[in-house]
Design a protein. Structure first.
Length: 156
């Protein structure tokens, strides 16, 4: 754990210690590093006792390397917007249904001018197949048009 992370944890620890009289509190804190994840569990009880356990390595995190088409400055701006909106995670993986992910891929590809291999780029990144079918299936669902409007406003 880095010194900065230790300082943050100490601040959290002291801040919560001051509020123990209100309720018991359980916090799970996860630190993501290049090749592992640290996890800590804080339990703050009404008996003025605070337990902190380090769970250790939870799961190795795969380092995602974006293809050139999706690593441009403009693409990174879009990724940030999609992450902030909760549609993709920090590893650029979708947090939405397959059909919505296909709509994200289409909107990004269109905005970034990716013509050739538009589905292949995202299928490789997201380890999926059949995204063009997912995209077609999206428009059989009522919410697809609403989500398409959301993406237009978010990406432009």
């Amino acid at each position: 754990m880095s010194t900065e992370e230790e300082q943050i944890l100490a601040l959290v620890y002291e801040s919560l210690r001051a509020h123990l009289d209100r309720a018991s509190i359980v916090i799970n804190y996860t630190c993501c590093h290049a090749n592992y994840v640290d996890a800590f569990n804080f339990t703050f009880g009404g008996d003025d006792r605070i337990d902190m356990k380090q769970a250790g390595d939870i799961q190795p995190q795969e380092v995602v390397v974006l293809p050139d088409e999706l690593a441009t400055d403009e693409a990174m701006r879009l990724w940030k917007k999609l992450q902030d909106a909760g549609y993709v995670d920090a590893n650029y993986q979708p947090l939405v249904s397959r059909t919505m992910a296909a709509m994200i891929a289409d909107a990004m590809a269109t905005h970034l001018g990716i013509q050739e291999r538009r589905w292949k780029v995202f299928e490789d990144l997201w380890k999926r197949r059949g995204m063009s079918s997912d995209y077609a299936r999206a428009f059989n669902q009522h919410q697809a048009y609403q989500f398409q409007d959301i993406l237009k406003n978010l990406i432009n």
